[in-house]
Design a protein around this ligand. Structure first.
Ligand SMILES: [Zn+2]
Ligand SMILES: [Zn+2]
Length: 77
C-alpha cells in the first residue's frame, strides 16, 4: 500500500500514487532543500513569505528553495 504523505489517500501501486501526486491539492509545493512536498497552506501564512514546514530544514522563498510542482514540470517539458 502506498500512501500520499500530503493527504493520506492510499493507493495500491506506486504508479497510482505518482499520478495522484501530480494533481494532489495538498502537495503542490516542493522544497529543493530537503525534497519535501507540502501544501501552500502550510508553507505560508500571508501568501507572500514561503517557508519549508520541516523544522529541520531552512528552505524558504517561493522561487528559491521552494518551487511549485507545476513549474518544475513546465521547465522539464
Ligand atoms: Zn495526496
Ligand atoms: Zn525543506
Amino acid at each position: 500500500m502506498y500512501t500520499c504523505r500530503d493527504c493520506n489517500q492510499s493507493f495500491s501501486t506506486e504508479l497510482a500514487l505518482e499520478l495522484h501526486h501530480d494533481k494532489c491539492e495538498k502537495g503542490q509545493l516542493f522544497c529543493e532543500s530537503c525534497g519535501g512536498r507540502f501544501s501552500e497552506r502550510v508553507a505560508t501564512r500571508d501568501g507572500w513569505h514561503y517557508r519549508c514546514p520541516d523544522e529541520d530544514c531552512d528552505g524558504e522563498g517561493l522561487g528559491d528553495d521552494i518551487v511549485r510542482i507545476e513549474d518544475i514540470k513546465a521547465a522539464t517539458q
